[in-house]
Design a protein around this ligand. Structure first.
Ligand SMILES: Nc1ncnc2c1ncn2[C@@H]1O[C@H](COP(=O)(O)OP(=O)(O)OP(=O)(O)O)[C@@H](O)[C@H]1O
Ligand SMILES: [Mg+2]
Length: 763
């Protein structure tokens, strides 16, 4: 069963009977604003789905329903389920992410903003590359003005609806950046925005920013959509930012049928401007809102729900709500302790292997969740060695691969000859002897003369002389020949297949006989297959290249196309992209200080609380079984670094942790290959997994050791790495599960699990 089939397709008659009372009340709620703020797994998304089905069954035209979700995948699943209830009419719902839905509206209304409907969408790489060239053109110090940092500043401004001019004219807004010695952000922002506009391109933030401008400056356009959308629904409402909220509020101002669902405890995008205030503002903006509470969790075992509650209760800023479950208690949470990151990979992979065998599970029942994408490597290697298939959501996804971006850049430039980033990517690809400085000169000439880049390229004789003219002329002729195909009305596949050949991309990859070359060649083939599928799909009304580009430009990393025949894979992804999803068994890995909570999030209480919400999101993805893991050392920037268990491990009520199963790896990182160990499970178990109590003491130089390696008694004075000095007031032993209650001078009483709390006894 995959994620999709797991949810039985809605049956026309019986779906109301599968809801509890408050859920049914929400589904049947008639006109007027509705808000559901409720804990994880309580059926918010289910309510939204059934509500849409119910509206359609009662005569609401699907074209007049707008439903905003977090990933395209989530909206695909929703649509699929609604289709089961109401039939193909479900395809007409305006459903998708904020970005995809508003890109669609912006294409229709592009002319109001001075764009053509073929505008390109710059991804983050394009944006940063453009900024890098501007920073260079201005001769700014790129150690202070890092493209990444500048990009984030501009993005932050856009998400607060601050335009470049607003920025330049407002000293208060600039204060932060000036304090960071970045006085030039305003000028960079302004030039960046101008260059994007000249390139007929919008970046991700512009899709929201420009939608706001469109609705602010063109009341008749707003009027049209306000009247069109009779019902507006928003899932994951806690993560909408100001700009998204404003759009939804305006769109629902006429009919006032707005239904938002979310969970403040799962708000994890404050760094992108998401604002819990939205939830509070909603009640002000819609004083007649009907608020419905959902308190029963249907997803997870009692242990998992209680563990999650014990963690989130530590956050000061949260709305009061209770979650309980009628599901079984389930097994305790395992804690896997590894000597190194490689060993952590092996422990997790072997645990998956064993659980699969013992319970006859499938790969897709498992998910490994980490804080940062870079952590995937050790798990990938270990899973591969055990022959367990996996899929990485995010990271180097298909559409991020170089050869795919190269061909897409050709396609983009064919459709929009003002696209500066696409131009830079392809002008010398395959190599034509056109150097970076020539490319920079072309960009500057275009910018100085306020011309689209294409006008300079197509008339290069007017702007340059010498050797470079011939290859640029040839390039211009090539692009013109591609444009003719589009103008003749050829479909996306015909044009793209021709471009792949005529540009020389396919030939170059074909001639590269290395393994990487071959796989790149296959990737390009795969992209062409995808375009063919798009063209042949009866659901694609518009089969032009431009329509295809629109459909792929907003695929987020979480929206990787599933490999049809091979869905049975372990899922690996960051916690951020796991939002809204659920898996039978979940491993939360890398639970170490500075990694999770991330070092960057330790500076303020707000940041730490956001990080804790992220931990809460991770825990609540699990249905039946949850495991934590951490490594005692890992390489970072080429140096071996000792790591300390995450404070979050200590924050989970120890009642829910399976201390007797704190699984240790071998003392040193010299275990046999996991493949051979998998064949000898029983034998390996006795050598590799040692219960905590039988571990030989390993005393690091700082004197802090897991306390179960020596005797500790009530009355002992101890020092803890995080909590400081304290006195042991109680010791509890339950099998090999040992806990100590310590009264700390600074932070008060804490109950610690002795197998991983690192204490030093003061004699
Ligand atoms: N009344 C119900 N009876 C049986 N199963 C239910 C019921 N309500 C929800 N579920 C199931 O519980 C699980 C969680 O539901 P859902 O994903 O809608 O929760 P959610 O509140 O959106 O969670 P999250 O906050 O993580 O997004 C799903 O598998 C869903 O099908
Ligand atoms: Mg949900």
């Amino acid at each position: 069963m995959n994620q999709l089939e797991k949810h039985t397709i809605l049956n026309h008659n019986d779906y109301l009977s599968t809801l509890n009372d408050p859920q049914r009340e929400a589904v049947l709620h008639g006109e007027g604003p509705l808000m559901i703020i409720a804990g994880a797994g309580s059926g918010k998304t289910r309510v939204l789905t059934y509500r849409i089905a119910h509206l359609i069954e009662n005569g609401v035209d699907p074209f007049r329903i707008l439903s905003l979700t977090f990933t395209n995948k989530a909206s695909g699943e929703m649509r699929h389920r609604i289709e089961g209830a109401v039939g193909t009419e479900a395809r007409n719902i305006w459903m998708g992410t904020f970005h995809s839905v508003f890109a669609k509206i912006l294409r229709i209304e592009a002319r109001y903003l001075g764009y053509t409907s073929d505008f390109s969408i710059y991804d983050t790489d394009d944006s940063k590359s453009l900024l890098r060239s501007i920073i260079k053109e201005y001769n700014l110090d790129d150690k202070i003005y890092k493209a990444n940092v500048v990009f984030n500043r501009i993005s932050g401004a856009k998400n607060r609806l601050v335009s470049a001019d607003d920025y330049i004219n407002n000293a208060a807004i600039q204060a932060d950046d000036e304090a960071a010695k970045m006085k030039e952000i305003g000028r960079l922002y302004k030039t960046y925005a101008t260059r994007c506009f000249q390139a007929n391109a919008m970046d991700f933030d512009d899709l929201l920013f420009n939608t706001n401008v469109l609705f602010r400056d063109f009341p008749d356009v707003l009027y049209k959509y306000q009247h069109k959308f009779q019902h507006v629904m928003v899932d994951e409402f806690q993560d909408t930012n100001v700009s998204q909220y404003l759009i939804t509020r305006k769109l629902s101002a006429v009919h006032r049928n707005i239904c938002v669902v979310g969970d403040d405890a799962q708000s994890i995008y404050a760094f992108r401007g998401a604002n819990i205030e939205n939830i509070l503002n909603f009640e002000k903006d819609f004083p007649d809102v009907r608020t419905i509470k959902l308190e029963q969790n249907y997803r997870s075992t009692g242990t998992i729900v209680n563990a999650a509650n014990s963690v989130i209760a530590r956050n000061k800023s949260q709305l009061k709500k209770e979650t309980f479950t009628a599901n079984e208690e389930g097994s305790l949470i395992d804690v896997l302790k590894a000597g190194s990151d490689n060993e952590e990979g092996r422990l997790v992979a072997t645990a998956i292997f064993e659980e699969k065998m013992q319970k006859a599970l499938r790969n897709e029942n498992f998910a490994i969740l980490y804080r940062t994408n870079a952590q995937s490597r050790s798990f990938e290697e270990a899973l591969r060695k055990l022959g367990i298939k996996y899929r990485i959501i995010g990271g180097q996804s298909f559409y991020q691969r170089k050869e795919i971006k190269d061909l897409l850049a050709y396609l983009r430039f064919t459709v929009n000859q003002r696209d500066e980033e696409a131009f830079k990517r392809i002008i010398n690809l395959p190599k034509r002897g056109i150097g970076d400085s020539t490319v920079a000169k072309i960009a500057v000439a275009a910018s100085e003369n306020d011309l689209p880049i294409w006008d300079v390229v197509a008339n290069i004789g007017n702007y340059a002389s010498g050797r470079t003219i011939t290859p640029i002329d040839q390039f211009a002729t090539l692009i013109k020949s591609f444009k003719i195909l589009v103008e003749e009305g050829k479909d996306a596949y015909e044009v793209a297949a021709h471009i792949a050949k005529a540009s020389g991309i396919l030939r170059e990859l074909y001639e590269d006989k290395t393994v990487e070359g071959l796989s790149r060649y296959e990737n390009v083939q795969e992209l062409l297959n995808g375009i063919k599928e798009f063209v042949d799909n009866p659901e694609s009304e518009d089969k032009t290249l431009s329509a295809f580009l629109q459909s792929v430009s907003l695929l987020t990393n979480a929206d990787e196309p599933d490999d049809n025949n091979d869905n049975d894979r372990v899922t690996m992804m960051t916690i951020h992209s796991a939002k809204g999803l659920e898996f039978r068994n979940v491993f939360i890995v890398g639970l170490e200080e500075d990694l999770f909570p991330s070092q960057m999030m330790l500076e303020s209480r707000q940041d730490l609380e956001e990080e804790r919400r992220l931990f809460y999101v991770a825990i609540t993805r699990a249905e039946k079984r949850l495991s934590f893991s951490y490594a005692e050392s890992r390489y970072q920037w080429g140096r071996l670094k000792m790591c300390e268990p995450s404070r979050f491990l200590l924050e989970v009520d120890p009642r829910y942790l399976n201390a007797s199963r704190i699984l240790h790896g071998p003392e040193r990182d010299s275990s046999p290959s996991p493949l051979s160990s998998a064949r000898n499970l029983t034998q390996r178990k006795s050598t590799e997994y040692k219960p905590a109590s039988s571990m030989a003491p390993h005393v690091p130089s700082d004197g802090f050791v897991p306390t179960d390696t020596f005797d500790l008694a009530e009355g002992d004075k101890v020092e803890h790495l995080k909590f400081g000095f304290g006195e042991v007031t109680k010791i509890e032993v339950n099998g090999s599960d040992r806990k100590a209650t310590v009264k700390f001078d600074l932070v008060g009483e804490k109950t610690l699990l002795l197998s991983f709390a690192k204490l030093r006894v003061l004699k």
